[in-house]
Design a binder for this molecule. Structure first.
Ligand SMILES: Cc1cc2nc3c(=O)[nH]c(=O)nc-3n(C[C@H](O)[C@H](O)[C@H](O)COP(=O)(O)O)c2cc1C
Length: 194
């Protein structure tokens, strides 16, 4: 969807969402941050995308049609829970299939160059050290621009992470052009604790 960001530039953003539950903690975080911005969301659970196959026998699944749709957008927002210190299985399968774009659909792979990527992750225990490295390296390899990540804590045990959540929300909104620095004081807090 076309929209103007706060500095007036036309930009298109899309959410690529992948979690083992479509309406759990991560979806709530993504909705709280982005709902008001009216950004289109693709839930990987709604697509038949099988793991990478060296023989490319899965060419007729939903991966290539989904990529063709996503290529219409400038900024890709990845919404994922932290599972075992890493992205969700849904996202891992999705990103593994990027190898198809380097082998059998190079025409599409080349179109990734210049796309922007931001990650919204929810975690429930400890701050995931090194989590961002994967996305940074994927972007570097594919010629995409890595905008950063926001980590929102969904647990209740660790007060320090709870306090940090609003800063992570603000970071996402700033990076995605939903607000500018001066808006921060007036932006809503996470609507409710997850
Ligand atoms: C299989 C699994 C693995 C998890 N691994 C981690 C982890 O490594 N670090 C962490 O902080 N939280 C971990 N969690 C907690 C989730 O990241 C957290 O509850 C998240 O908000 C769940 O989002 P969801 O409702 O979209 O699945 C894990 C949860 C599950 C189910």
């Amino acid at each position: 969807m076309d929209k103007k960001c706060v500095d007036g530039n036309l930009m298109t953003q899309v959410i690529i969402f992948g979690s083992s539950r479509s309406f759990g903690n991560t979806r709530k975080v993504v909705d709280d941050i982005l709902d008001s911005a009216g950004i289109e969301l693709f839930d990987l659970n709604n697509f038949d995308i099988s793991p990478f196959d060296y023989e490319h026998r899965n060419q007729s699944d939903d991966f290539i049609p989904l990529i063709e749709k996503l290529l219409a957008y400038d900024t890709w927002i990845v919404g994922t829970p932290v599972y075992w210190y890493n992205m969700s299985t849904q996202h891992k399968i999705f990103f593994d299939r990027f190898s198809d774009l380097l082998k059998i659909r190079k025409d599409l792979g080349r179109k990734l160059r210049g796309k922007k990527l931001f990650v919204i992750a929810s975690f429930g225990d400890s701050y995931p050290k090194g989590f961002e490295d994967t996305f940074e390296q994927i972007c570097e390899y594919l010629g995409m621009e890595y905008l950063g990540s926001s980590f929102v804590y969904s647990g209740t045990k660790h007060e320090k992470y709870l306090e940090q959540n609003q800063a992570e929300v603000n970071k996402a909104k700033l990076k995605l052009g939903i607000v500018n620095e001066s808006n921060f004081l007036t932006t809503s807090k996470l609507k409710s604790k997850i």
